[in-house]
Structures are given as C-alpha cells and as structure tokens.
Ligand binder design. Structure first.
Ligand SMILES: [Zn+2]
Ligand SMILES: [Zn+2]
Length: 268
C-alpha cells in the first residue's frame, strides 16, 4: 500500500478558509490519507490580503490538539505557505525565527504589490506569463523555502479571461528551465498541485505533465503532492491522479518534510 500524503492544505487559520482542523483530520483519516501537512497562508507584507490573519499561538495549539486526538492514525505536519518570501526577507526571518515548522511552501500570489488577478487585466499573454515566471525565478533564487507552490498559478485565473488563456509551453520553456535549474541548485522542490482539476475550464494540475517532465529531465527530484484544499470535503482531492503523473514522469519518490528536512516515500 502506498503511503498517501497531502502536503498543501488550509484551515480557518488562513484568511480564505472556514475549515476546522479537526474536521480536515477526520476526513483525511476516512479517505485513507497517512500524512497531512497544513500549509496556512502567511505574509509579512501589509499590502497582501493575507496580512494580519495568522495567529501562530492558535495555529500551533490546534496542531498539538489534533496530534493528540488523531496522531495514532494520521501524521500531522505543520507548515506555512508564504506570499513572495523573496521580498521582505528580513521581516520574514524575524517573524518565523524559532517557530517549529516542518515545511515551507513559497508562492507568487502578487506581482508589484497587486494580486495576480488584478495584475493580469489588459496584459498581453506572452508578457504576462513572462513576468509571472520572472517573479517565480526571483522566488527560487532568493527565498528560504522547501517547495514552490503551484508553479504556474497565473493560468488558474488567466484561463477565464478570453484575451489571455493558459500559456504555450514552448514559449515559456526557457523561463521554466531557468527556474528549475536554480531551484535544483538550491534544493528547492516543486509540487503537483491538484486544485486545477476542480476548475472545469482548466482541468489540469499546476503544473501540467509537460512541465513536470521538464523538471525531471533537468534533474529535479524533490516533489510533493498537495490538494491545496480549503475545505475538509476536498482533502486528498485527486492525489491518486497526481501520483500516477509522478510515476509517468519518471519519479521514484515523493517527499515529506520533518523540521524542514526532506524524506522520501517510494512510489508504488
Ligand atoms: Zn497559493
Ligand atoms: Zn494554498
């Protein structure tokens, strides 16, 4: 039996989720998930919508409680999803210092202090994606993170705008290669984020198979799988699809993290 992990999940410790941690854990156990890592939103930038929501004391005490209640049946890891941690690095360092975190996801949710949904309005698709991937390059070059969250998030929103749509792999390939080379050099992984399957107009993960294969070809090994779920009902969403993808792309392992140290789980 494959050891099943969901390494991207939100609860009401994030500004955009109402889910209680207990309900997510209960549902994860029902679905046969072995390990979950909570990755709540956190930003030190007052201009980001996430700013000011996190109460670390509350978050860590819920983790303790859930480990006490469910620890025999579910391994529970504590993580964060940081907004643009390549910016305001000193503030991030000060605020996260000493916290017992297992795992850190780094995200590009904003460009030039604008959330990407507003940023993309009236942009040319090619220039838009180029700008997005440039920001991701800055992220993997400078931030202290374990894994890049939803590598090509822009497509999730751009796909619904008729003059944008998703990107052409060949047009963005050079930029992606630069990102992957830098990430691999700095031991930063990527995730298969399955939330894209929930969106009919997209119906693919972030990133897609082609991009995942490119990462592997360049020597990428560190890979996590996450539903990016914001509700108990969708914990573990399409994890099986993601595992099949990882296998097909040639990955032998997926990764988990303890105190920010990577460990491998063999894909069977
Ligand atoms: Zn995100
Ligand atoms: Zn997320």
């Amino acid at each position: 039996m494959m050891y099943i992990t969901d390494y991207h999940h939100h609860t009401d410790n994030s500004f955009d989720s109402q889910a209680s941690m207990k309900s997510v854990c209960e549902e994860a156990i029902k679905k046969g998930i072995n390990e979950i890592c909570f990755t709540e939103h956190f930003s030190v930038n007052p201009k980001a919508i996430t700013y000011g929501h996190m109460d670390f004391k509350r978050y860590f005490s819920q983790i303790e409680q859930c480990r006490h209640l469910f620890g025999q049946r579910l391994k529970i890891k504590v993580g964060l999803e940081l907004c643009e941690p390549h910016l305001l690095q000193e503030t991030y360092y000060e605020q996260l210092q000493g916290l017992p975190l297992d795992f850190i996801l780094g995200s590009v949710h904003n460009i030039d202090n604008q959330d990407i949904r507003s940023y993309m309005v009236h942009k040319e698709p090619e220039a838009l994606y180029q700008r997005y991937f440039e920001e991701v390059y800055q992220l993997v070059s400078n931030a202290d993170i374990d894994v890049v969250a939803h590598l090509d998030l822009m497509k999730r929103y751009a796909v619904d705008v008729d003059y944008l749509g998703t990107y052409d792999f060949h047009v963005c390939k050079e930029g992606l290669i630069e990102i992957f080379k830098k990430a691999i050099e700095r031991n930063i992984g990527i995730e298969i984020n399955t939330s894209g399957f929930a969106k009919k107009t997209l119906n693919e993960p972030l990133p897609s198979m082609k991009v995942l294969k490119l990462y592997k070809e360049l020597g990428g090994e560190v890979l996590t799988i996450g539903s990016d779920s914001h509700a108990a009902a969708t914990v573990g969403y399409h994890l099986d699809t993601a595992l099949d993808m990882a296998k097909e792309a040639g990955f032998k392992y997926i990764y988990t993290f303890t105190s920010r140290q990577p460990e491998t789980i063999k894909i069977v």
